[in-house]
Design a protein. Structure first.
Length: 347
């Protein structure tokens, strides 16, 4: 490639945009198309001697400088769905600080009835495709924490199918709107069955690469989100959407009093799966910001477990450390040391 040419081609060449914001230029713009044709011809030429260089400069410079087509340092535009939920409400403060954030949910108050400033009422299931595309247009990433609560006590296929349909719309209409990346709140429930042999002492670790084995419809639905996300990421449907699935385990403070009449193993399970709020925020932000989330085959898709740097381990976070630089700061063994000592003494 002639020297300096890559800077001018920038994000207009290739199937996926690089990180950061890109000024609004579409392939339907005749001047942009003209510039691309000349630049394509120039790639086949011999550097500065090729006459297409001047024409390309003129085509791109007619309405805006070439630099407006390259990555800028603007804050990413991010949408948070399910902003008032258990996960979304913990993420909101950090996401507001990091990004140009927009928040939506089907209600504007949290579980305690407190109103959250800046949350827009928007139903991703009931709104039309056109309305959803309008909402998504101009976004760099969607952090999807939206969830429709089941109508039955135990949950059912029909309950969870609504959530699967909502997630499918986010993938499909996100692609249509030009969204680069979706970071979705999944759950350890996608592979919860593995806790049975773990508690029986038959296995020591579960990784995101182990075959998913849910034991509830809720877990099944999360597996379906993940599988569908890979479909949109692998490129077989056309444009490749970057997808990260975060299998969150215990995103709350562990109250030993709640386990007074329960087996010690149940308490230690939550200690093992604990993730602090600041580690949860870091995990999501690094999933949004990572320059690349490509897997070993070049597919922009990852599944990470969401736990802190706990001394007691079962859910592996090795790939999150390696791929996005996740560096959790907290350890449940330290955070709950006194409670753990009392519970172990109780037996």
């Amino acid at each position: 490639m002639p020297a300096g040419l890559s800077d001018r081609v920038g994000p207009l060449v290739g199937s996926r945009r690089p990180p950061g914001r890109i000024a609004s230029a579409t392939l339907s713009d005749p001047q942009v198309n003209l510039g691309i044709r000349h630049l394509t011809q120039e790639l086949r030429g011999s550097g500065d001697s090729f006459p297409g260089r001047t024409a390309a400069r003129e085509a791109f410079g007619a309405r805006r400088p070439v630099s407006s087509y390259v990555v800028t340092n603007e804050r990413k535009r991010v949408l948070l769905t399910g902003a008032t939920g258990a996960i979304g409400s913990q993420l909101a403060p950090a996401l507001r600080e990091a990004y140009d954030l927009r928040m939506i949910d089907v209600k504007d108050n949290d579980r305690d009835g407190h109103a959250l400033d800046g949350v827009e009422i928007f139903d991703l299931v009931e709104r039309s495709d056109g309305e959803v595309v309008d909402l998504f247009t101009g976004l760099d990433a969607i952090v999807h924490c939206g969830y429709l609560q089941p109508t039955s006590e135990t949950g059912s296929y029909a309950d969870e199918r609504r959530n699967l349909d909502m997630t499918e719309r986010i993938y499909r209409l996100g692609v249509a709107a030009g969204v680069r990346r979706v970071v979705a709140a999944s759950t350890n429930q996608a592979a919860k069955w593995y806790e049975r042999p773990w508690l029986a002492g038959r296995i020591d670790r579960v990784t995101p690469h182990d075959y998913p084995k849910p034991d509830t419809f809720y877990g099944w639905a999360k597996v379906a989100y993940e599988s569908l996300g890979f479909l949109y990421a692998c490129g077989s449907l056309g444009s490749s959407l970057e997808v990260v699935q975060l299998r969150i385990v215990v995103p709350r403070e562990v109250d030993a009093g709640a386990f007074a009449d329960r087996p010690l193993a149940s308490y230690l399970r939550d200690i093992t799966g604990y993730i602090s709020q600041r580690d949860l925020q870091q995990l999501f932000i690094k999933s949004v910001d990572a320059a690349s989330i490509d897997d070993q085959f070049g597919v922009p898709f990852q599944i990470f477990y969401g736990v802190s740097d706990n001394a007691r381990t079962f859910w592996s976070i090795t790939n999150a450390r390696e791929v996005i630089g996740y560096a959790p700061e907290d350890d449940s063994e330290v955070r709950f040391a006194d409670d753990i000592a009392r519970m172990l003494a109780r037996g």
